[in-house]
Design a protein around this ligand. Structure first.
Ligand code: PNS
Length: 166
């Protein structure tokens, strides 16, 4: 049984992420989408919220062999614990490459038997990131078609509450 781990902060999950998850699910017997608290980032959604959104948007028949989990600490330890053979990462543009290469090589150094598999993003999502979605949504712009509808609703709610709280 081949297991792939697709890690990320998913703050929030976008249609670009979903595309990578869907494609990974046809390569591996099982895909674990692994969401973590990234200590170097201030996230809009809590870890629990990001986990629940991921569960919701992968909860249909397209994603039968996909599960969502939370992890903390070093990714490579988690990957070993799950007995996965590969880490899956999406590559959008050259700008992603340097960081992703460093990330992959460091993980390879710690666990030579675990591969990193890069999937190039589908063209329609090549410009898409959680950050740009948040920026647009925070300023009242429309993100329909870029994130699943439930995520769009949560973004609107989040920024409405933030404004209300000021
Ligand atoms: O979606 P992101 O924010 O680009 O994902 C980055 C993430 C969370 C996958 C990465 O920061 C990570 O693996 N964090 C866990 C801690 C870790 O293992 N760091 C060393 C990586 S070489």
């Amino acid at each position: 049984m081949t297991i792939g781990v697709y890690p990320g902060s998913f703050d929030p999950v976008t249609n670009g992420h979903l595309d990578i998850i869907k494609r990974s699910a046809s390569i591996f017997d099982r895909v674990i989408v692994a969401v973590t608290e990234d200590n170097n980032k201030v996230n809009l959604f809590s870890l629990q919220e990001r986990y629940h959104l991921l569960r919701e948007v992968t909860g249909n028949s397209h994603f039968e062999n996909v599960s969502v989990e939370m992890f903390s600490g070093l990714l490579i330890n988690y990957v070993r614990e799950k007995e996965a053979s590969a880490i899956i990462r999406g590559l959008r543009a050259v700008s992603d490459f340097e960081y992703e290469m460093q990330f992959a090589l460091m993980n390879k150094k710690m666990a030579p038997d675990v591969e990193t598999l890069f999937l190039t993003t589908s063209t329609e999502y090549s410009f898409l990131s959680s950050s740009i979605v948040k920026q647009v949504a925070s300023l009242g712009g429309c993100v329909r078609g870029l994130v699943p509808p439930t995520v769009e609703d949560e973004l609107i709610l989040k920024y409405k509450n933030k404004k209300g709280g000021r």
